[in-house]
Design a protein. Structure first.
Length: 577
């Protein structure tokens, strides 16, 4: 069985003493740890600001971005803390407890043991996922890059890189217009820093690239036990983010195909390891297909994923989303001539195959296509680094150095050129993430929905948590309704653009219910059809309309404070008048 070239730390460290090896690992480990601490401190500042600046009458919900999705996850976390299968509480329709997600099951169980609420457990996830993924980035970079400076460059690029969205932001402010192509700025997939800031579940999902590392290591050693390890990792992560298995299977399949073309024979190790990984991990994929095919509620949920309107930007917009490192990775791939496989090492072929097949994956005709960008930043950063050191730096040395004049005192040799280019690349990829971080403070300074609720609304949620049954339905505006399942354990009438079945119809129904122009007969029809048990009426609902709900004989006030009332529906009085 052919062993691949293990382009990792093992090669350059082979001729060093044991003491030197330990010193080098300590040095590099401290570097990774230091960058991780910097990332976590920077991304924690908005949370601290949101919490410390909260007005006395408000409550910071501990969510930084994308409230509907995070409220959905925390609903699962709440229910999975005491059950192994849960129902969809973000829709009023009765449905069986069929849903399982390993990540939120684990977070819920751990939170229960530690007596921590969802906001605290969210920080636990943020910190742990970030630390693991950043360490993995360096580990994978070390496999492909033998030079420490290159490894550090790739690691920093993968950690901090963002796109050219800052140009769109500049245009917005210069022209006093709306932001052009907001998805090119705010998509978190492929952006490690933004993921750590507000989407830690994406960072946890990106750990799937550890499967690749194990397969490559097993191939280099000729040991199938690494394929078993890879399969178990894929199984573990697949039960959290099933769509990542699409990337795992596709990349490994393409890699095996490219190796077969290079060697003109079947790669036995890769075939056997692929079978092992597939058999061990496919249960998660089978479950997801079964759930969204057999159960009508989950089938409807999957069909509504298009409601978000979030798809992979067209190819011409990918450079805006992924930035300078992406363009440099394309340049590097072209220079490496991917059509000529002869003479290329296993590592080169895998890296090029990983980068190129993802181009196809992110445009698969599936609703979750944009999620397949997640993790792409790693091969992008490694290829960009190779291009910078192997192609750009030599060109700069031969064509620029002779014309630098007085600057030669600072840039006098190849090492200095590479350092300047590395720093320049990092400076180029940072601005959009600087903007995204700064904008969190602006957004949170408004102390408004959806990141804050009134303390009186939290009081009403506490009452519902104590009195509502798990199958009860609470009708409220979207601002408060999206928090109902996670805070009360009851069903929400309106909560999420995908999880709420017939989302747009229910959105209209909520507007109609709280409108002063709506008749009692129309309101009762909404309550009957939605199986509504409680109506929450507070500041957000008052923004829709100010009907005199207290006068309705089919509603009974069961809780009230300064800003909020909770009404219980009287089913016997919902008869058509």
């Amino acid at each position: 069985m052919r062993k691949g070239n293990e382009m990792s730390l093992a090669a350059p460290m082979a001729n060093r003493t044991k003491t030197a090896e330990i010193a080098l690992w300590k040095s590099e480990g401290l570097f990774v740890a230091a960058i991780t601490v910097i990332v976590l401190v920077l991304t924690s500042l908005p949370y601290l600001y949101g919490s410390l600046s909260t007005p006395a009458d408000k409550h910071f919900m501990g969510i930084m971005l994308d409230v509907p999705d995070h409220a959905q996850y925390f609903s699962w976390m709440r229910d999975l803390s005491t059950a192994n299968l849960v129902s969809n509480k973000l829709t009023p329709e009765a449905n069986q407890p069929l849903f399982f997600n390993l990540l939120w099951w684990g977070m819920g169980r751990l939170g229960r043991v530690l007596s921590l609420d969802y906001a605290s457990m969210y920080q636990v996830l943020r910190i742990s996922a970030a630390a693991l993924f950043l360490a993995l980035i360096y580990l994978v970079s070390a496999w492909f890059l033998k030079d420490r400076a290159q490894r550090r460059t790739a690691f920093l690029v993968a950690t901090f890189t963002s796109g050219f969205g800052w140009v769109l932001v500049a245009i917005k402010y210069l022209t006093h217009s709306d932001l052009l192509f907001p998805l090119d700025v705010y998509v978190a997939e492929g952006n490690t820093f933004l993921g750590v800031l507000g989407y830690p579940h994406f960072i946890a999902a990106a750990l799937y690239i550890f499967v690749y590392y194990l397969i490559l290591k097993g191939q280099a050693k000729g040991q199938l036990r690494y394929a078993v390890y890879a399969g178990l990792v894929a199984l573990f992560l697949g039960w959290q983010h099933t769509y990542d298995l699409v990337s795992v299977y596709a990349v490994l399949f393409v890699y095996a195909g490219l190796i077969a073309l290079r060697d003109r024979r079947l790669p036995r190790y890769l075939i056997f390891s692929g079978i092992i990984v597939g058999l061990l991990s496919c249960s998660a994929a089978v479950y997801s297909v079964w759930l969204t095919t057999v159960d009508p509620v989950w089938k409807a949920v999957l069909a509504q994923f298009t409601n978000a309107g979030v798809f992979t930007p067209n190819p011409l917009h990918l450079p805006i989303l992924l930035g300078a490192a992406f363009l440099l990775a394309i340049y590097t791939t072209i220079r490496k001539n991917p059509l000529r496989l002869a003479g290329k090492s296993d590592g080169e072929i895998f890296l090029i195959g990983w980068f190129m097949v993802t181009f196809l994956l992110v445009y698969l005709p599936v609703n979750y296509q944009i999620h397949l960008i997640n993790g792409w930043q790693v091969p992008i950063a490694i290829l960009a680094t190779q291009g910078l050191y192997d192609y750009l730096a030599p060109m700069a040395e031969t064509k620029l150095l002779p014309h630098l004049g007085n600057l030669k005192r600072w840039i006098s040799n190849g090492a200095a050129v590479r350092k300047v280019l590395s720093i320049s690349l990092l400076v180029i990829v940072l601005p959009t993430n600087v903007y995204l971080l700064a904008w969190r403070f602006v957004d949170l300074s408004r102390h408004d929905y959806p990141y804050y609720l009134y303390t009186d609304e939290m009081g009403a949620m506490s009452w519902l948590s104590a009195h509502a049954q798990p199958d009860n339905v609470v009708l409220a505006s979207l601002n408060t309704g999206q928090y109902v399942p996670m805070l009360t354990g009851a069903h929400a009438y309106l909560a999420h653009w995908a999880q709420t079945v017939d989302y747009y119809d229910k959105s209209k129904a909520v507007q109609e219910f709280f409108s002063t122009q709506t008749t009692d007969a129309q309101r009762m029809a909404i309550l009957r059809q939605g199986r509504v048990t409680y109506v929450l009426y507070g500041p957000s609902e008052r923004q829709i309309g100010d009907p005199n709900l207290s006068a309705a004989d089919y509603l009974k006030a069961v809780y009230s404070n300064t800003l909020v009332r909770v009404y219980q529906v009287e089913p016997a009085k919902l008869e058509v008048k």
